[in-house]
Each structure stands twice: as C-alpha cells, then as structure tokens.
Design a protein around this ligand. Structure first.
Ligand SMILES: [Zn+2]
Length: 140
C-alpha cells in the first residue's frame, strides 16, 4: 500500500446509497485524500450519541484500528441526510444528531480533523444530492 502513496480519509454515516458519492467527493476535496474508508450503518448519527457498546466496539476496529492506524486517514467526515429511513427525524433534528455525533467521533480520534456534513436535495434539481458542511473541522 505504502509503495503507491495512496491517501485515505474516513466517512462515518448512513448506508444510504444516495449520499455516498457526494460525501466521497466532498471529502476528497476537503481533506486532500483520494480514497474514502466508508463506515456505515443505517441512520448511524442517530445511534452514536447513545454510545451503544457493540456499535462502539465495531467502530473502534474500523475507524481506529484499520482506517487510522493502517491507512493513516487524513480526517473524518461524519454525515447524515434528509429523508433518512434509518434515522427518521426532521432535518433540524438530523443536523443536531450530526453535531452530537461529530463531537463523539472527535473524542475518539484526538487531533485529526472531524467535519460534520448534512446531505440534502438540491433546491434547483431535487434529483441531485448536495453536501453542506455544518460542523467545521476543529484543528489543534
Ligand atoms: Zn439514512
């Protein structure tokens, strides 16, 4: 892997297929890395603030042991989206869940940038999905 100078970042968000590409593109530009390690669960930003033990064990392995330690991830995008079947709440609650989850992830990863993103339909073309940064990366 190191021979090819491949760069990674990490996404933690919903499994919903409509959001993966737009989050990947956002992260590539924002974190200047090529490959998103994609950690998903249905409506995960609704679950992270509850600190479920099994979810955290799984997250520790994927995020810390693999993405950070093996892939040297350059940062994490925590994302949620409108019309989420796994976390069926209104957009304002969804954004609040993203903010809370971003703080939870930040505690796990120390000095790496963690960015909170809300994905929603484009106002101009509702068949398109767009990513809005709602929590800025806190850098040391
Ligand atoms: Zn969802």
């Amino acid at each position: 892997m190191d021979d090819f100078k491949e760069t990674f970042f990490t996404t933690v968000g919903c499994m919903d297929g409509r959001v993966q590409e737009v989050v990947g593109t956002f992260g590539r530009e924002k974190l200047d890395a090529l490959y998103p390690d994609t950690i998903t669960d249905a409506g995960i930003v609704g679950k992270l603030p509850l600190k479920n033990e099994a979810l955290f064990a799984d997250l520790k392995f994927k995020l810390i042991d693999v993405s950070l330690e093996k892939h040297h991830s350059k940062g994490i995008i925590v994302h949620g989206h409108t019309e989420c079947a796994g976390n069926p709440v209104d957009d304002e609650t969804q954004k609040e869940d993203i903010r809370k989850s971003t703080a939870v992830i930040k505690k796990m990863v120390g000095s790496l940038p963690v960015i909170g993103v809300f994905v929603h339909r484009s106002a101009n073309d509702p068949t398109l999905w767009v990513a809005d940064q709602i929590v800025a990366a806190v850098t040391p």
